[in-house]
Write a protein that binds this ligand. Structure first.
Ligand SMILES: [Zn+2]
Length: 200
């Protein structure tokens, strides 16, 4: 994958739609990729929201038809991950003191403890992860229970584009497939976000 000195992918499959408003300073080393769904109706609405001052977003956006937009330089941090969950818990290797601390529900404390660890003892974070957003909405399962939403299925065109993008980025940046995660794996999010996304 051809990535230029500005951190922009130069490839006919990628449309450059860089939004400096979502870039938050230099990212010197990429350690992982986090896959998201936007919970917004269209690519246009997401691209529009990225143009607001102080907006948050990710590095890439994949439309339902598979069109790939690059929305931030991969040399810049964007805020797309949020507070990290304890990686040791999912991988069954927490120290006893850590397990004790995790008994208390304290996402901010958990994030602080994670960020004190070196990768890969923790998940990739905003500081070292590329974010890929797939256009897709979270819709209420039951119209009366607004808090219980399920993300719409990822389209086959999105899966094909995601696979191409993830493998190209991993190869170019020396990131292994084991460091590519769905957002709810690394942070407390709706568990159905990107649940149907596949990239291998
Ligand atoms: Zn997300």
């Amino acid at each position: 994958m051809n990535i230029d000195s500005q951190g922009w992918v130069q490839d006919p499959r990628v449309r450059l739609a860089i939004s400096p408003n979502i870039e938050r300073g230099p990212m010197t080393l990429v350690r992982g990729i986090v896959v998201h769904q936007t919970d917004s109706p269209t690519a246009t609405s997401t691209l529009h929201s990225y143009r607001s001052p102080g907006a948050n977003g990710a590095h890439f956006l994949i439309d339902r038809d598979g069109t790939i937009y690059q929305t931030a330089s991969i040399r810049k941090v964007t805020w797309h991950v949020g507070p990290l969950k304890a990686r040791c818990l999912a991988e069954h290797r927490c120290a006893p003191t850590e397990l004790q601390a995790l008994k208390k529900f304290d996402p901010r404390g958990e994030h602080r403890r994670e960020m004190a660890k070196a990768h890969p003892d923790r998940y990739p974070s905003n500081q070292d992860a590329i974010g890929i957003e797939l256009v897709g909405q979270a819709l209420p399962v039951d119209a009366l229970k607004d808090d219980d939403k399920t993300f719409e299925p990822v389209t086959s065109a999105q899966k094909a584009s995601l696979k191409w993008l993830v493998s190209g980025l991993c190869r170019s940046l020396g990131v292994t497939m084991a460091e590519v995660f769905r957002h709810p794996v690394v942070s407390r999010k709706n568990r159905t976000e990107a649940e149907t996304a596949v990239w291998q």
